[in-house]
Every structure is written in structure tokens, then in C-alpha cells.
Design a protein around this ligand. Structure first.
Ligand code: G3P
Length: 221
């Protein structure tokens, strides 16, 4: 399973890259706004800065909502760097744009996916990635991981190569659930990835090892 980080924060991206487990980055307009990034050149330069850090795909979302606008914006993003994946919303025009980009060999990420039917359409259009939002479904008392499972079954039934990129991940339980189901990718805040490190027995075990080592080392001084 690939690990992507869901942020536009360069410090977090660098930390995840240095940690050694990073396979890619996803961004969205909210995450870019959080970093104060706006304006065509500023946005493009920020994507280039992300691409310079990470070895892997970097999702850059279009703002346009009409087919022509998505195509022109997506093409401008795609030529910035070969790592760029054009992120397109799950709408009728979005599906048409994904089909267009797919024929041109431009990688796409179909975002804002909340049902198996939407994921089926994204795969039919040739999306590179599909992004079902687990956390936002859980927020409305719908089983987010259940959706990942449904999509996995459907894609495996027909051999669709679209990668399931589980998004809106809030915690380590989501990450492990995705791993058990067989999601291809998870994208998550750095905090949820780092929380996989934690176990109280690891911490107490290490404390004990170090204390025992010190006790004998002190006796032998
Ligand atoms: O990038 C899309 C998705 O991961 C957003 O997550 O936490 O805003 O629901 P969240």
C-alpha cells in the first residue's frame, strides 16, 4: 500500500519524505488556502516546490468546474512536472475531462467520491486514482471503510486498473482498515501516519531496556 500525505505544507512534506515512507502527495484548494497560496504563479510555484521534495505523484486540483476550463487548467498543471496528477471533481464534466486526459496520457485523480457508483464511473473514464472520502462519510454516520471495500470488490471483478486512493483519513484505524481491505493508496495527514508508530508496550519496553543497560553499566564503572 502506498502512503501519500494529504497537505500542502512543505515542512510536513519534507518531514514525511525524510521519514522514508512517502510515496506521494495530495492537495486540494482548502489545503492550499490553509498555506496562504493563491494566484496562478504562486500556486504553480508551490506545486513545483512540492515536486522537488517528493519522489512520487503530486495531485494538483483544478478550480474550473466546466469541461473546457478543466482541460485548459489541467493541461497547464500537467506540464509543470511529470509527477503532477490532475485532480478533477466527480461531476459529469469532471468525468468527461478524466476521459480526455486519460486518452492524452495525463494522470488523473477523481476526487469527492462518496459512492461505489461514482467510483465505477471514474474507473470507466480511465482515472489513474479514485479518491473516496472515508472520514467525511463517517462524519454523517455512513461506513467510510465499507465504501472502500465495495470499490475494491467492483474493481477486482472487472480488473479495473484505477488505484483506490483512500482519502479523508483521520486516524490510524482508518489506515489499518484500508490496508486490510486492500486499498492501493492512503492519503493522510502526517499525524495519522506517525500515530502508527505508537504502542505503550514499545515505549515501556524501550524504557526498561535502557534502564537495565544503565544499571549494569553503572555497576561496572
Ligand atoms: O484531500 C481530500 C481529503 O483527504 C480531505 O480530507 O479531512 O478534509 O475530509 P478531509
Amino acid at each position: 500500500m502506498k502512503f501519500f500525505i494529504d497537505t500542502a505544507n512543505l515542512k510536513d512534506i519534507q518531514e514525511a519524505q525524510d521519514f522514508g515512507i512517502l510515496d506521494g502527495v495530495t492537495t486540494n484548494p482548502t489545503l492550499m488556502a490553509k498555506e496562504g497560496i493563491s494566484g496562478d504563479n504562486h500556486v504553480k510555484n508551490h506545486y513545483l516546490a512540492i515536486c522537488a521534495i517528493v519522489d512520487g505523484d503530486v495531485s494538483a486540483e483544478v478550480i474550473a468546474t466546466d469541461f473546457e476550463g478543466m482541460i485548459s487548467e489541467g493541461q497547464e498543471l500537467a506540464i509543470l512536472n511529470e509527477k503532477i496528477v490532475v485532480k478533477v471533481p466527480m461531476t459529469k464534466d469532471g468525468i468527461k475531462a478524466i476521459k480526455y486526459f486519460s486518452k492524452k496520457g495525463i494522470k488523473t485523480n477523481c476526487t469527492l467520491v462518496f459512492s461505489a457508483g461514482q467510483a465505477l464511473l471514474a474507473a470507466k473514464a480511465g482515472a489513474t486514482y479514485v479518491s473516496p472520502f472515508i472520514g467525511r462519510l463517517d462524519d454523517i454516520s455512513v461506513d467510510g471503510l465499507g465504501l472502500i471495500n465495495e470499490i475494491r470488490i467492483i474493481y477486482d471483478n472487472y480488473g479495473f486498473t484505477t488505484q483506490i486512493l483512500a482519502a479523508s483519513i483521520r486516524n490510524s484505524t482508518h489506515i489499518l482498515g484500508c490496508a486490510k481491505i486492500g486499498a492501493d493508496v492512503i492519503t493522510s495527514p502526517l499525524s495519522a501516519i506517525l500515530s502508527l508508530l505508537k504502542h505503550p508496550l514499545t515505549e515501556s519496553g524501550l524504557d526498561q531496556f535502557l534502564a537495565d543497560h544503565k544499571r549494569v553499566a553503572d555497576q561496572n564503572m
